[in-house]
Design a protein around this ligand. Structure first.
Ligand SMILES: [Zn+2]
Length: 156
């Protein structure tokens, strides 16, 4: 069970996706990347949708990005999820990838006043067990303070 989202179960590991979850368990964000054309893709699939190659590897990415979209969940969808309280479901668009990669995730360290589209975020890891973790995100304020000042989001 997730440490930050009590009530949420563990992801279902398959031969194709286990590298993603296990890398997260080691504190690394990896995205599937085509060996032949270099395009990143997520969720993992067998064949590149750009060049149809079956050759790929896990590529470690910077783990920074921006909130593309989000919603808040105020009412638990099941009794188990009531433990999580009010939470967001967010789509984060990653930096440092070839193509567009958007992860369905949660952003922690924000509330309804501070979570917004284009918010710079950085990856964090929500431990599930000894082997795997869930990539989640937090505001990248410390990394992007100057950028937030110039965008008028905080005063200098
Ligand atoms: Zn390709």
């Amino acid at each position: 069970m997730s440490e930050r989202m009590p009530g949420f179960g563990a992801p279902h590991l398959t031969a194709l996706n286990e590298g993603y979850w296990k890398a997260a368990g080691q504190g690394r964000l990896v995205i599937q990347r085509c060996d032949d054309c270099g395009t990143h893709r997520h969720v993992p699939v067998e064949i590149c949708y750009q060049c149809h190659s079956r050759n790929w590897h896990w590529d470690e990415v910077p783990g920074t990005g921006r909130v593309f979209s989000y919603t808040w969940v105020d009412r638990p969808l099941s009794p188990e999820l009531a433990q999580a309280g009010v939470y967001n479901i967010s789509v984060v668009e990653l930096d440092g990838v070839v193509g567009t990669i958007r992860l369905l995730t949660n952003v922690f360290g924000v509330d309804k006043d501070t979570l917004e589209c284009d918010l710079p975020v950085k990856v964090a890891f929500d431990r599930v067990d000894d082997e795997i973790a869930l990539p989640v995100f937090e505001p990248a304020f410390a990394l992007n303070e100057a950028e937030r000042v110039s965008a008028g989001k905080v005063s200098a």
